[in-house]
Design a protein around this ligand. Structure first.
Ligand code: SF4
Length: 243
């Protein structure tokens, strides 16, 4: 088995801390056993790390996560390694919604952490000049990986979608962005020709909804035209956010 490198370990640690933050934790309890191990490296004894104070939205989001539990409401539960609930800031004005977790996300339990995730981070941080963790919340329509990355089926979407709605109601974002055709089609309840309808505004459960291309599609079809399309869509989003 390959030993994870330092940057992978740090990313995993960061993800775990973000998960705890999303769940409303304000500090990490320290265990004396860990201190004695740490002492062998002659490092100073750590103090409990303050992450954030519990926010109302974080608490509400945590309640949604608790209600979801170790979910078996649809057959996607059978093949998953982890439920991928979502990550980011529960107070964010901007929420990105994808279709469902892929292999990397299933492995790590966090959304958009593979190649498409890196592209999404690039869109957010380089293209929009926002901070992925501070300024956005990212989740999917289904929280468990569809086998072989197939599209989620109707009954799987129906079982999981109420939790997405509850997530959005907890966060109350100013803008929701649907990433790609399956997410856009699910949210709008019809088949959406994404290359035609991207860049247009819609309403989803009272939230302002923008449709754009999925970052995985962008990686597959990395043309100037597609990059410009996503750039234009995100400019509209920034304008709606007042940025
Ligand atoms: S996809 Fe959603 S409804 Fe289905 S098992 Fe996973 S969490 Fe439950």
């Amino acid at each position: 088995m390959q030993t994870p490198d330092r940057s992978s370990l740090l990313r995993e640690l960061k993800n775990q801390l973000l998960y705890l933050k999303d769940a409303g934790y304000s500090e990490i309890p320290c265990e004396t056993e860990l201190f004695s191990k740490a002492a062998s490296f002659e490092s100073p004894q750590p103090t409990p790390a303050k992450i954030m104070t519990k926010s109302k939205k974080a608490n509400q989001l945590n309640q949604v996560r608790e209600e979801l539990g170790d979910c078996t409401r649809c057959k996607l539960a059978q093949g998953r390694k982890n439920i991928v609930f979502g990550s980011g800031n529960p107070q964010a004005d901007l929420v990105f919604v994808g279709e469902g977790p892929g292999a990397d996300e299933d492995e790590q339990g966090f959304p958009f952490v593979g190649r498409a995730g890196k592209k999404l981070t690039e869109i957010i941080e380089k293209g929009m000049n926002l901070d992925r963790e501070k300024d956005t919340y990212i989740c999917n329509i289904v929280k468990c990986r569809p086998p072989g990355n197939r599209d989620p089926e109707k009954e799987e979407i129906e079982a999981c979608n109420p939790f997405l709605v509850q997530q959005l109601k907890a966060i109350q974002p100013k803008v929701v962005v649907a990433l790609g055709k399956p997410a856009a089609s699910t949210l709008l309840g019809r088949s959406v020709p994404i290359t035609k309808e991207r860049g247009t505004w819609h309403d989803y459960e009272g939230f302002k909804l923008m449709l754009t291309l999925h970052p995985a599609y962008l990686l597959r079809a990395y043309t100037i035209e597609n990059r410009k399309a996503v750039h234009d869509d995100m400019k509209k989003v920034l304008k709606a956010l007042g940025r």
